[in-house]
Design a binder for this molecule. Structure first.
Ligand SMILES: Nc1ncnc2c1ncn2[C@@H]1O[C@H](COP(=O)(O)OP(=O)(O)OP(=O)(O)O)[C@@H](O)[C@H]1O
Length: 769
């Protein structure tokens, strides 16, 4: 039946690839575990300013394209139907998803959860192929993901421990493990006692009197770093250095890291003997706040203050990192101690190094692997939600491994040949493997000896855990967790911590894991140095306004580097073509571009200045483009989380940035979901008649096929939004308004089958074919 459906779809669209589907078994679910948490809040500083919309005009130019990229491959990097079946499946899913555009909160969620759309049994079957779903998720825009969980808004701040300053908390659950509840016992607001298994457990921070300990003392007592003789010493120094003593660890020495906890107990005694303050760390944060430094993403701590191997330190130095970021400072000592960690930090604050560096240390401290070994163990497994993120993490690992010639990182992602990856993993050192979930499972199922290699995993990292779950990878994660040893360290890093992330903590992390939260309670998830604005204007004005905004920004900042987010891949293409026709220097990335093209453009954009990237949500999360000056979001973001992640592409590493959200009047309701954020209304940019005509002329040059595809995708996208799609008549009116804005006299005809799938058959105003 899927084949039959496929044939039907191919009749409708000859660019659709041929493919096959192979259902996969799901892994066993894992048991729950209790947890407690530690909070490292920072103090927010809001800067509310008005929009900056002035400036002269200056352009960068790039020859406009004369032909559409819609159905071709090659130079434009288009996805073609001539690749492997694996790629084709992803394309098929992309294509189907583009029709569905199911990126919203609400709107047919329960069907989507089962891999389909509300009214599309055929597509349900197409999407029933687990591997097709997985591959598409990894390759495609997040707007097209089909898990309903992703539609949920971030967990309200109030559901985390309430403490305006540094918190030490044992977050506990009932025995059924469903909830992180917390209770306080200590009179100090920053200390709390969690109760687990009927036992009260203290937890607290401990520091030397000055809150930091004496650097000199620490240095004097330091032995050269080394696994054999440095471990106790390292822990001791580490605890003194950061002043954190984990009372719970002492009681939890029956868990996997028994040995470490025992040592740490001694440290605790020493710290206690020194009369360390339980609230020393709080003091430091308060001091930072009072000196206005709390917004800085960098801490005052240097990497060499921790027991990190000299060769790793050399790599860090060469990378240009001197001081640690706040999340690195907070997590490194805990991870080095062998603890499982859930870490939350804002976008662009160095989470990748935070998990890579201690993971590399685990490899460094492991016995060397015999190169002749047929199936050498993989020691560190990093799971990333997208190919871009996986490649980025692998790149970062390579930088840190510079002076570890015998250690290697390999990356396995969708969109490349499985056999090539198999060869690379066999021929090169591969102590660290970075993977997307779907491709990892492909290897687990199809690569000889791979399962054995995974049994060597000592550290499992789930990067961007929230996104992994939003993208519906939970089953894959469960399967992966089942494939690696139970005796391992697990690290979960995330910019946002949703209910789903907490659930995965129960599955993946040990009971005594620590939650390290560097986002202060009540603080926004966005950076205060990023000025956030919104503009509400009818659709007919939006293309011109976008043009003016970009021109003004270009004129204001010679080093401009802008990302324009659009709702779907096909709308992205439309906007990119339009801007190109307007001689704006643009590149485009979305799921309909081949992986090699995406990688090429991504690399170019990373290195460039004076460039605009028009993209779908494939670039929304985790992707690290330095020095982005301006992020524009055109149309309704999928949800508030997505708004935050998109905005997080600017203001990275403490830099300044601007964000603009362009909404139509009927999209204004979205603002209520981000009302906690410091977003202000921008004044409307003035579009003179000449400018308007220029944009209209440019639009008239955009390929008809691009407009047709954009119209269909636009309709699908908003049809999936509960609020907008409540009134189908209105929805179609709006879609037709969008069509007019593209300069079309008549709305493009849509295949009947697709209209049926969208539940829009016989809605007046639509043309079918
Ligand atoms: N200690 C450091 N000092 C200076 N720069 C650093 C440091 N650690 C990491 N960086 C750089 O900071 C940038 C952001 O890091 P990274 O991409 O890991 O952030 P992130 O928190 O994972 O962001 P996101 O949530 O968006 O994925 C990168 O360019 C990285 O190289």
């Amino acid at each position: 039946m899927p084949v039959k459906l496929l044939l039907q779809l191919r009749l409708l669209n000859p660019t659709l690839p041929a493919t096959c589907f192979s259902p996969l078994k799901l892994g066993p679910s894992m048991s729950s575990s209790a947890s407690f948490s530690r909070i490292f809040p920072s103090v927010p500083q809001r800067t509310l300013q008005n929009g900056r919309l002035g400036g002269t005009q200056r352009f960068s130019t790039r020859p406009s394209r004369s032909r559409s990229e819609f159905s071709r491959g090659g130079d434009g990097g288009e996805v073609r139907a001539s690749k492997s079946l694996i790629d084709d499946e992803a394309e098929l899913s992309d294509w189907v998803s583009e029709l569905r555009s199911d990126s919203f909160l609400g709107g047919g969620e329960s069907d989507r959860d089962r891999g389909g759309v509300r009214s599309g049994a055929g597509r349900v079957r197409v999407r029933d192929s687990d591997s097709a779903k997985r591959r598409r998720r990894e390759s495609s825009d997040s707007e097209e993901f089909d898990d309903p969980n992703r539609r949920r808004l971030p967990t309200p701040a109030g559901s985390f421990p309430r403490n305006s300053q540094i918190n030490r908390r044992s977050d506990t659950r009932n025995d059924d493990g469903a909830d992180f509840s917390s209770r306080r016992r200590s009179s100090g607001v920053n200390s709390s006692i969690g109760k687990r298994g009927g036992r009260d457990m203290d937890s607290g921070y401990n520091r030397n009197r000055d809150g930091k300990g004496s650097a000199k003392d620490r240095k004097d007592s330091r032995k050269p770093f080394g696994l054999a003789d440095g471990e106790d010493d390292g822990k001791d120094r580490e605890a003194e250095k950061i002043g954190i003593v984990d009372l719970l660890s002492e009681e939890e020495s029956d868990t996997d890291d028994e040995e470490g906890d025992e040592d740490f107990g001694n440290v605790l005694q020493k710290a206690k003997a020194k009369g360390g303050s339980l609230f020393g760390l709080e003091k430091e944060v308060n001091e930072k706040a009072s000196t206005g430094k709390s917004e800085s993403y960098l801490s005052e701590t240097r990497f060499n203050e921790f027991p990190v191997s000299p060769l790793s330190l050399k790599g860090i130095k060469d990378a240009g990192y001197e001081k640690m970021t706040v999340v690195q400072e907070a997590t490194l000592p805990v991870i080095l101690k062998g603890k499982d960690v859930l870490a939350r930090a804002k976008t662009g604050t160095g989470k990748t190094v935070a998990f890579l560096l201690p993971s590399i240390e685990v490899v460094v401290n492991s016995p060397p692997i015999d190169r002749d070994q047929k199936r050498p163990p993989i020691l560190v497994l990093v799971i990333c939600p997208t190919r871009e993120l996986a490649s980025q993490a692998a790149m970062e690992a390579n930088i840190l491994l510079k002076y570890h010639p015998s250690l290697g990182v390999q990356v396995v992602i969708g969109g490349t040949r499985l056999a090539l990856e198999q060869k690379r993993m066999q021929a090169n050192p591969c102590q660290i493997l970075v993977a997307t979930p779907g491709r990892l499972r492909d290897h687990m199922e199809n690569t000889a000896g791979f399962a054995t290699r995974l049994m060597g995993v000592k550290v499992l990292v789930l990067d961007e855990a929230d996104q992994l779950l939003d993208m519906g990878f939970r089953k894959d994660i469960e399967r992966i967790i089942a494939a690696v040893p139970k005796q391992r360290q697990t690290l979960l890093f995330s910019a946002t911590v949703s209910e789903e992330v907490r659930q995965v903590c129960h599955i993946a992390l040990k009971r005594d894991h620590e939650f390290i939260n560097t986002v202060q309670q009540g603080s926004e998830d966005t950076h205060s140095q990023v000025r956030q604005m919104y503009l509400v204007a009818p659709l007919e004005k939006q293309f011109s306004q976008l043009y003016v905004l970009l021109k003004e920004h270009i004129a204001d900042d010679v080093d401009y580097k802008v990302i324009v987010f659009c709702t779907t891949a096909m709308v992205t293409r439309l906007v990119a073509e339009l801007l190109r026709e307007l001689n704006i220097n643009v590149r485009e990335i979305h799921s309909r571009k081949s992986q090699s093209y995406r990688t090429k453009v991504s690399d170019e954009f990373r290195k460039s200045k004076g460039l605009i990237l028009v993209t779908s949500d494939v670039s929304a999360r985790g992707v690290d483009y330095p020095d982005v000056t301006f992020v524009v979001q055109v149309g309704l973001p999928a949800d508030s989380k997505q708004y935050i992640h998109r905005l997080g592409r600017t203001g990275r590493k403490g830099k300044e940035g601007e964000g603009m959200l362009l909404l139509a009047p009927w999209e204004e309701f979205f603002l209520s979901s981000i009302k906690a954020l410091p977003i202000t209304k921008a004044s409307e940019p003035s579009v003179d008649p000449d400018m308007k005509r220029k944009v209209e002329r440019a639009l008239s040059k955009v390929e008809m096929k691009t407009k047709e595809a954009a119209y269909q995708a636009w309709l699908g996208y908003y049809n999936s939004n509960k609020t907008v799609a409540r009134d189908k008549y209105k929805l179609v009116e709006l879609a037709n308004e969008f069509s007019r804005c593209m300069g079309l006299d008549n709305p493009p005809a849509i295949p009947k089958l697709i209209l049926g799938k969208m539940g829009l058959k016989n809605v007046p105003g639509l043309r079918s074919r």
